[in-house]
Design a protein around this ligand. Structure first.
Ligand SMILES: Cc1cc2nc3c(=O)[nH]c(=O)nc-3n(C[C@H](O)[C@H](O)[C@H](O)COP(=O)(O)OP(=O)(O)OC[C@H]3O[C@@H](n4cnc5c(N)ncnc54)[C@H](O)[C@@H]3O)c2cc1C
Length: 334
């Protein structure tokens, strides 16, 4: 196991923040992981770094997950259980399933990061979340080294959340995830832009590959490429409010977009709230919001994590003052 001291994390986070780690270790198998965990230093598990913001140098050991491997656990005439190790690149895993015409995660094409981090916030896009297909996962308890299996139910998945982002944060290293995929996929192409894109191509009976291709095109055109413009995707979660309060907002802003969700709750796109506060495309020093989507905070070059954090707080304050709504962050801070 090679420990690198004072390693710059710039190449290891999609925001491109030039923070450093006191120690940096890459692990390629479980034995290396167990060895890497033998330290008194604070530990940070890192996948693709696409959902983290380093606000300062990390004073402990960063363990970069490169434990790879994909295998079929079992299958029958209708379904296949496929297990992917946590260090697999998420999008490559999606393509692996799409190329076999297996349905279930095609709508999650092109989300950056690793398989191991995907359950952390129950990644989601275009009407699908991983909770819809995740069968179970294996995770190693950092304190004891014991490997525990969690069923999907035990992961307590919610909107961009799981037990690993809450009660068990920093307590388990997710080693692998097993997905239940369908050999007779039910296509979910109802999302406006996906349906439009398929319609434009005159595809009336889309395959999982058609849906994946459409989503790759849409995402490539609307999201900034983090290799060129540092970002971590949506910085905030879409807030959920009760219907009564929503109707009050709608009186004042009749054009407010919304999605009804169970229990009389309404989800409002955070991007719309931020845009209404005048932040879309706004620049402040080395940071700002993306001109096509106010929900994405960008690094315009040499931003520090602290600059981005302060800018995000400014946005939160403005949304709170104007709408009385608290924006929660999706990104993990270190
Ligand atoms: C351009 C862009 C678009 C995005 N679009 C979406 C989207 O559509 N939907 C969506 O849900 N997300 C989206 N994201 C966010 C991000 O891609 C996901 O959250 C992704 O799952 C993060 O994976 P990662 O490997 O990069 O995690 P990292 O950023 O490395 O880590 C994120 C958190 O998970 C923890 N972690 C990482 N690996 C493990 C592990 N093996 N075990 C335990 N904890 C771990 C880390 O300690 C950290 O707290 C987007 C990001 C970008 C940059």
């Amino acid at each position: 196991m090679k420990i690198i001291d004072n390693k710059s994390l710039k190449e290891h986070n999609t925001f491109g923040i030039d923070a450093s780690a006191k120690e940096f270790v890459t692990v390629k198998n479980i034995d290396e992981l167990k060895e890497a965990l033998q330290t008194d230093l604070e530990i940070l598990i890192l996948g693709g770094g696409s959902n983290v913001l380093f606000t300062k140098d990390f004073p402990g050991r960063v363990i970069k997950n490169e434990i790879k491997g994909i295998s079929t656990v079992r299958e029958n005439d209708n379904n296949v259980l496929i297990k992917a190790m946590g260090g697999e690149v998420w999008h490559e895993f999606v393509l692996y399933t799409v190329n076999q015409n297996l349905g279930g995660i095609e709508n999650l094409s092109l989300i950056p990061g690793t398989v191991g981090a995907a359950p952390m916030q129950n990644i989601g896009a275009y009407g699908t979340e991983i909770k819809d297909t995740l069968e179970s996962l294996e995770a190693l308890e950092i304190e004891t080294g014991a490997i525990k299996k969690f069923t999907a139910n035990e992961c307590n998945f919610g909107y961009r959340s799981s037990i690993f982002k809450n009660e068990l944060k920093n307590k388990f290293f997710i080693i692998s995830a097993t997905f239940n995929l369908s050999k007779s996929p039910i296509i979910n192409a109802s999302y406006g832009k996906v349906a439009d894109s398929l319609h434009e191509k005159a595809i009336s009976n889309p395959t999982v590959k058609d849906v994946s291709d459409a989503i790759i095109n849409i995402r490539s055109s609307k999201l900034p490429d983090w290799r060129k413009i540092g970002n971590a995707g949506s910085f905030f979660k879409n807030p959920v409010i009760n219907k009564k309060y929503f109707l009050k907002i709608k009186q004042k802003y009749p054009d407010v977009p919304s999605f009804e969700i169970p229990e009389n709750q309404i989800k409002i796109p955070a991007g719309w709230l931020i845009e209404k506060c005048g932040f879309r495309g706004k620049t402040k020093g080395n940071t700002g919001t993306y001109e096509k989507q106010a929900l994405i905070i960008i690094n315009k070059g040499n931003a520090t994590g602290l600059e981005i954090l302060n800018f995000s707080k400014e946005i939160q304050r403005c949304v709170k003052n104007k709408f009385g709504i608290k924006l929660d962050t999706e990104v993990n801070f270190y």
